[in-house]
Design a protein around this ligand. Structure first.
Ligand SMILES: N=C(N)NCCCC[C@H](N)C(=O)O
Ligand SMILES: O=C(O)CCC(=O)C(=O)O
Ligand SMILES: [Fe+2]
Length: 387
């Protein structure tokens, strides 16, 4: 029994969803086989484990409509990353299996056990709030424009999603790009980041945060590479070894006066690259994720976690096995909401196309077309600021 959904995004992709019962039983059977295999084969060469891992992660996507976002404790993966024996570690295998399920079913998951200090996670939001509290004249000193490579501050309703102005203000940052670095492809994004003078520690704190988030993302991408049936290094080197990362420091005004409902903080969209990490304010429930049935499912703040989601390029590399899920932000609380979104993206000039190991899982059917990340990004950025 197949349900085929047309792809709502610019990247063409066909998705097939099996019914819940059939895919669960297949998945379970393979997993039991696999764990049995592992216990008999300790000490055997790595490639046997890789083969077994491929099988474990092979069952097709389950088509049931998720109602909540799973939480994954990634600490075993953090501990063992870089260790040549990592794929023989039971803890790592469990994380890989959970990543695979979450990426197929929801395209969204919470990560806990990530190792980033809670104090830094909180301070980053605190300095963001301090900045947004400043008068407009102060904030606009670092105004974003085409001339700044779309880096800097954008005021409320300046960002456009689905043709509508968003109820948020933000500072956008990208991996710095020197002029000429990526030839004509890179022209639009060339520039250095614009940092506010106040709060004074803003720049150093954000740069520390970016460094840690890049390392974290790289490790999770190793887990995802294994989940897809590839080698841990699949997303290193030419694919994403020099990530053209993005960071958006975002503020969403709360309800004002007697209003019952706020304008949408950020309209429905998918993220553009590999993997997004949202560091959102505690106590405000505003991020919503669309399930295959078209229902908006809440992704409330869970202390000690980041919300993670799949971007368009990972959808392509995975041949549509993983979804870049639609999501939006609606802040209907009376409080001003701060969130800091870090986007771990491919190299700017990378051309993404379905991985061989992912085509194998769809019986050779190519479901997603090749996309150059820089072209995808530039086309998005240009429409983000034009009604
Ligand atoms: N770098 C990322 N993913 N930014 C996501 C922002 C989504 C809103 C944007 N106006 C849009 O229409 O895509
Ligand atoms: O603020 C959030 O919770 C998410 C923001 C988001 O989806 C984005 O900037 O792409
Ligand atoms: Fe997003």
């Amino acid at each position: 029994m197949f349900v085929t959904r047309p792809c709502p995004f610019s990247i063409h992709c066909e998705e097939m969803h099996l019914t819940k019962s059939s895919s669960i039983s297949v998945g379970l059977r393979i997993w039991i086989l696999y764990t049995g295999f592992l216990s008999q084969s300790s000490g055997s060469p790595n490639h046997f484990h890789l083969l077994a891992l491929k099988k474990a992660c092979n069952p097709p996507a389950m088509g049931f409509d998720f109602q909540a976002i799973p939480i994954i404790d990634i600490s075993p993966l953090m501990d063992k990353c870089g260790d040549p024996m990592m794929i023989e570690d039971q803890g790592v295998l469990q994380v890989v299996r959970e990543l695979n399920e979450a990426c197929k079913v929801a395209g969204f998951f919470y990560v806990k056990g990530h190792g980033i200090p809670e104090s830094l996670i909180q301070e980053v939001k605190d300095v963001a709030r301090e900045f947004f509290d400043l008068p407009y004249e102060e904030k606009v000193k670092i105004k974003l424009s085409p001339e700044t490579g779309y880096r800097g501050y954008q005021k409320i309703q300046e960002n456009i999603t689905l043709g509508k102005p968003d109820m948020h203000e933000a500072i956008d940052c990208y991996r710095p790009m020197d002029s000429g670095e990526y030839g004509s492809l890179g022209k639009t994004m060339e520039g250095q980041n614009l940092w506010p003078e106040n709060p004074t520690k803003f720049k150093s704190m954000m740069e520390e945060y970016i460094g840690l988030l890049k390392d974290l993302a790289r490790k999770i991408m190793q887990g995802i590479a294994l989940a897809l049936g590839g080698l841990p290094e699949t997303f290193e080197g030419e694919r994403a070894g020099d990530s053209f990362w993005v960071m958006r420091i975002i503020g969403y005004p709360g309800l004002s006066g007697t209003m019952q409902h706020n304008d949408v903080g950020c309209e429905a969209h998918t993220d553009y690259g590999l993997l997004t990490f949202v560091n959102q304010d505690d106590d405000i429930n505003a991020l919503q994720v669309k399930n295959p049935a078209g229902e908006w499912i809440s992704a409330p703040p869970v202390p000690g976690t980041f919300v993670c989601n799949i971007g368009d390029m990972l959808k392509v590399w995975s041949n549509g096995l993983y979804e870049s899920t639609l999501h939006r932000v609606v802040n209907n609380s009376p409080k001003y909401r701060v969130s800091v979104a870090f986007f771990y993206e491919p190299n700017f000039d990378t051309s993404a196309e379905p991985l061989e190991c992912c085509k194998e899982k769809t019986a050779g059917v190519v479901r997603c077309q090749r996309v150059v990340y820089g072209e995808h990004l530039v086309s998005k950025v240009k429409t983000n600021f034009a009604i």
